[in-house]
Design a binder for this molecule. Sequence first.
Ligand SMILES: Nc1ncnc2c1ncn2[C@@H]1O[C@H](COP(=O)(O)OP(=O)(O)O)[C@@H](O)[C@H]1O
Ligand SMILES: N[C@@H](CCC(=O)OP(=O)(O)O)C(=O)O
Length: 373
Amino acid sequence: MRIERFAPPQAKRLVVKIGSSLLVRPDGTPRREWLATLLDDVVERRAAGQQVVIVSSGAIALGARTLALPGGGRASLDDAQAAAAVGQIMLARLYEELLGERGMRAAQMLLTLDDLEDRRRYLNASATLDRLLALGAVPVLNENDSVATAEIRFGDNDRLAARVAQAAGAGGVVLLSDVDGLYTADPTVDPAATLVETVEELDERIMALGDARSGSGLGTGGMAAKLQAARIAGLAGADLAIVSGKIDHPLRRFAETGRGTVFVAPSAPPRRKAWLAGGLAAKGRIHVDEGAAAALAAGRSLLAAGVFQVEGAFRRGDVVEVVAPAGPIARGLVAYDSGEAARIAGVRNEAQGELLGYAPRSALVHRDHLVML
Ligand SMILES: Nc1ncnc2c1ncn2[C@@H]1O[C@H](COP(=O)(O)OP(=O)(O)O)[C@@H](O)[C@H]1O
Ligand SMILES: N[C@@H](CCC(=O)OP(=O)(O)O)C(=O)O
């Protein structure tokens, strides 16, 4: 059954994402009473043995009103960062109060894209989530908008939620939205559009449904970000649902009615490979020839001999993208710094020692640290 995917034992952990437009009214005030009904649902789920991680938007929208900034605080990056700094404190207080009234501890974690892209920081965030959940706290996460710079930010919390699901090893993600699922066209534009109930395969046809328009005004993501989130969650073996948050008790209602779009995840790969595949920013690109591409497709490691160009500045252990003549094919953790990688590009293993000044490693990217896209 599709709804059971979002309950224990299938999903012992659930990530619930709350969009800006649900939490904040157009006039910039918080929808406190509605949030209280959602947190009642979280209490119910906890009692049923499910650990819940909340990813909450709303900081920019809340802060913009307090600072009287135009355009919901999104007129410039400076404005958004200032608005987020003010709004995040308000958001934290709201969660602390409402969870506290229900006998639960709110635990705030603010993450930037880099915190989840860098392997060491990712493992750190992952361990903190584990510990908080074991202690019975409810992690409330948001992007650290005040410090995230333009090029390296998620910008939308849909993809952040999917990445967090990987970090937390969650079995499911529920995106609470102003729309009750994915439609065959943007329902605000096309009244004939119909709800897509289940997506077994995220193909081009489905991804194209997110192209229409970007979002409700208060938020940033739109449907395109939700579809990308479904892809990232799927890579980690987490099912994802887009569900209406415009009603009270949205999680309870979803469990009762099943209304929404469910994206069924393919079977789960190991967590490290899921982290690699779901990454957004690689530190470098390694261009390989057809022979190397075929070897990778057959499950082998990437040897320097098949590399003809190394792009970008990276350190040993960073994530790099492997690019074949026809386009990107894999991502992996590289065994050399970019300077050394460039030096041994195109060179067979036997001849590398002389160029490096030490015995070469077995591969440029070992197959254990490599995932095909
Ligand atoms: N194919 C589609 N199906 C459903 N909604 C779509 C589609 N294409 C675009 N949209 C738009 O995406 C919006 C949801 O995105 P957004 O407002 O960012 O959500 P959130 O509530 O998470 O902030 C919907 O209100 C709708 O106008
Ligand atoms: N991190 C931002 C939210 C980003 C955002 O708007 O996301 P979304 O509501 O998913 O479109 C904030 O707290 O305002």
